[in-house]
Design a protein around this ligand. Structure first.
Ligand SMILES: [Mg+2]
Length: 252
């Protein structure tokens, strides 16, 4: 790790094509953590590089690096690499993948979390149900398809407790996946408040398995449908099946 002040001066003085990804990453991370990104006056260096990144407080160093790298490439000084990226490039492979599902009551204006299930890449699972939900607001479909599978007992927890437990379960750098993810994602995020209140290091978006799958046939669910944890485990399984399909397509 070079001396911090020297590194900044050095980076700013060097021709962009001479800066390695590793050097750029170190510098972006240093500025990100020291918050000097905002303090650097525009005009001292390439203005496009110094433009503030919206929501930087909630982005990981990796995301900041990707944004900055993209700006550099778009400035036409460095040609964009062809995919797949070379093995030496910085990747997000150290992000922890999490598949999750929620059950919720929604009325066209609000989404109220009822239960949430998650499964990680290492197979560990998390499941909780929210205490104090007003079930009278639920429609008949929920009464018929979801509520029979709720477990109650020790699964019932306050929203604050669930938020804290998920934070620990997800780790510092999660990558979230869900199937038809939009409502689930909002229900999860609102455990922490507003969008801007999302835990540090979390992405501000969720990856949707449905987008990845397109019209592909997915494996049939064998667990209890509309139980959030069973649904989350199916999503992980379906994702693996899709990955195998892609491998097969490439190989064959
Ligand atoms: Mg579900």
């Amino acid at each position: 790790m070079p001396d911090t002040e020297e590194a900044m001066t050095d980076i700013d003085a060097r021709a962009l094509e001479e800066i390695s990804d590793a050097d750029l990453q170190r510098e972006v991370q240093r500025r990100f953590y020291s918050r000097q990104w905002h303090a650097l006056p525009a005009g001292e260096a390439e203005p496009k590089l110094l433009r503030p990144i919206i929501g930087i407080e909630n982005r990981t160093a990796q995301e900041v690096f990707d944004i900055m790298s993209d700006r550099i490439r778009r400035s036409a000084l460095i040609p964009a690499p062809q995919s797949p990226a070379p093995a030496s490039a910085v990747t997000v492979s150290d992000a922890r993948r999490i598949w999750f599902d929620t059950e919720f009551i929604e009325d066209g204006k609000t989404i109220e979390l009822v239960s949430i299930g998650m499964v990680r890449e290492d197979g560990k699972t998390y499941y909780a149900e929210v205490q104090g939900v007003d079930y009278s607001r639920a429609d008949p479909w929920l009464h018929e398809n979801v509520f029979p599978h709720l477990q109650g007992g020790s699964c019932l927890k306050s929203r604050d407790q669930i938020a804290a437990e998920i934070l620990e379960f997800a780790g510092e750098k999660p990558e979230f996946w869900a199937y038809y993810a939009d409502y689930d994602w909002v229900a999860l995020c609102q455990l922490y408040g507003r969008m801007i209140d999302l835990p540090k290091g979390w992405p501000m978006f969720c990856r949707d398995l449905k987008q990845l799958a397109g019209d592909s046939k997915l494996p049939k669910q064998t667990g209890t449908e509309h139980h959030a944890l069973a649904d989350a485990m199916w999503a992980k399984e379906a994702h693996a099946a899709l990955a195998n399909r892609d491998d097969t397509t490439r190989d064959g």
